[in-house]
Design a protein around this ligand. Structure first.
Ligand code: H2B
Length: 121
């Protein structure tokens, strides 16, 4: 399990410095290898493919839930069987740990279930 899944987003208006390209690439290589860094090192992105619109939109709803829980919001490009997810931290015009935490949470949406939760009446 990614170490990032043990963390939650923190407000970073003002005080936080954006990651350097080297810092971002190192964290990406260690924790979320399927994601790409853009040319200016201000965004990470990953394209996910699905077999139909229903599955694509179910995934998008999962992302919306993560965005709501973490108060950190991606840019999404949605088509019939593809979703491009792009994270950057608007407040600092670059990448913060929040982007990597949310990226790891989005990846985890697609992991197989780890067990069956037993609900007590
Ligand atoms: C007040 C609130 O926490 C901020 O406006 C949050 C909301 N969601 C956000 N999402 C992203 N991607 N970047 C931000 O800087 C950001 N800021």
């Amino acid at each position: 399990m990614s170490r990032l899944l043990t963390k939650h987003c923190q407000p970073c208006e003002g005080s936080v410095q954006p990651f350097t390209r080297e810092e971002a690439q190192t964290l990406l290589n260690q924790e979320i290898q399927e994601w790409c860094l853009n040319e200016t090192a201000t965004e990470i992105n990953r394209a996910y493919k699905f077999k139909n619109y229903y599955e694509t939109m179910a995934f998008v709803n999962g992302i919306a839930w993560i965005a709501h829980q973490e108060d950190h919001h991606p840019n999404l490009e949605i088509s019939y069987c593809r979703c491009l997810v792009r994270y950057c931290t608007h407040a600092i015009n670059g990448l913060s740990e929040n982007d990597f935490i949310c990226a790891a949470r989005v990846d985890a949406l697609l992991l197989p279930p780890q067990g069956i939760a037993v609900c007590k009446p």
